[in-house]
Design a protein around this ligand. Structure first.
Ligand code: GAR
Length: 302
């Protein structure tokens, strides 16, 4: 039960205790203040007293928990928590794709661990490295478009929920925004995901989607340039070096701002297979670290 709350609110154990204390103390303060106010207006104890009391404590409760949250260091959490409740009351929740895309509210980003989704279509060796890197974020979802892909087994082995997606909904409907929102995803890491990212998703996660490409962009990128095709093209062109590019994702294939590149030598003896191996080594060495840095930076900017 407590673990579930911790995951839901994305807080550590100490913060969870302080949040529960704030609820308890705020509730008591609110009850006490409600009774004191009713003494001032001298209403007889009865049904009317009870109704006024309920209305009063409903109004006082947010103020009381906010007040108590300050000394307990939980003001940020409760501000967002109450904002969320208020938004729901007003029907102003972040809308999903069905109602028109709005910017996703990464409510966890400023408080505790952000939750990320890894999108992958293949074996998932990069996803595995990210999972094993003991990251400072929670991996809340693995999204995959290929039934039977290795990455789905990796998700199962690590008890990470997996979402198998279909083309129709991804490109023509809500791009699974509803599901991403339900999983409270703050950030998306593409790790060998071979579908283009639809506009709806890019708009909902502005500068919050990164990709890794197995070549030195802007060379050897674009439609059809993935995995083996990239390495074969590099070998065929007798390039002396290749490498990896980690970049933000925009609406074009392999096009967004570059965050990081690393190089490796391509020898005359290299084949697409041996080059793929070298590239994978580079990816595994750098992607978990660079992804973590980007996410940390974004948290700091909030
Ligand atoms: C990686 O090499 C990644 O760079 C590439 O797919 C491979 C996935 O390997 N991505 C692209 O080509 C995207 N254009 P993995 O499933 O073992 O992580």
């Amino acid at each position: 039960m407590l673990e579930k709350l911790q995951q839901r609110w994305k807080v550590n154990g100490l913060n969870l205790v302080l949040i529960i204390c704030t609820f308890a103390l705020g509730g008591s303060l609110c009850g006490y203040a409600g009774r004191k106010i009713l003494q001032l207006v001298s209403i007889d104890k009865g049904l009317l007293w009870f109704i006024v009391y309920i209305v009063l404590i409903t109004l006082l409760w947010p103020i009381c928990v906010l007040l108590v949250s300050i000394p307990l260091g939980q003001f940020g959490f409760f501000k967002r928590y109450l904002g969320k409740i208020w938004g729901r009351i007003n029907g102003r929740r972040t809308r999903d794709g069905r109602q028109g895309t709005t910017v996703h509210e990464p409510w966890a980003m400023a408080h505790g661990r952000p939750t990320i989704a890894i999108f992958a279509s293949g074996a998932g060796s990069n996803a595995k490295k990210i999972i094993e890197s003991n990251p400072s974020f929670t991996i809340g979802l693995i999204v995959c478009n290929k039934p039977g892909a290795g990455v789905l087994q990796i998700a199962a082995d690590n008890n990470i929920p997996a979402l198998l997606i279909e083309k129709e909904r991804f490109f023509k409907d809500d791009a699974y925004l509803e599901k991403l929102k339900a999983a409270e995803i703050d950030f998306i890491i593409l790790a060998g995901f071979l579908w283009k990212i639809p506009k709806k998703l890019i708009e909902a996660f502005p500068n919050k989607i990164i990709n890794i490409h197995p070549a030195l962009l802007p060379n050897y990128g674009g439609k059809g340039m993935y995995g083996h095709h990239v390495h074969q093209a590099v070998v065929d062109a007798k390039e002396k070096e290749s490498g990896i590019t980690i970049h933000y994702v925009d609406e074009l294939y392999d096009h967004g701002n570059i965050i990081f590149q690393a190089k490796c030598v391509v020898t005359e003896n290299d084949t697409a297979d041996t080059l793929a191996q070298k590239i994978h080594e580079l990816e595994h060495e750098h992607y978990p670290r660079v992804a973590a840095q980007v996410i940390e930076q974004m948290q700091k900017q909030r």
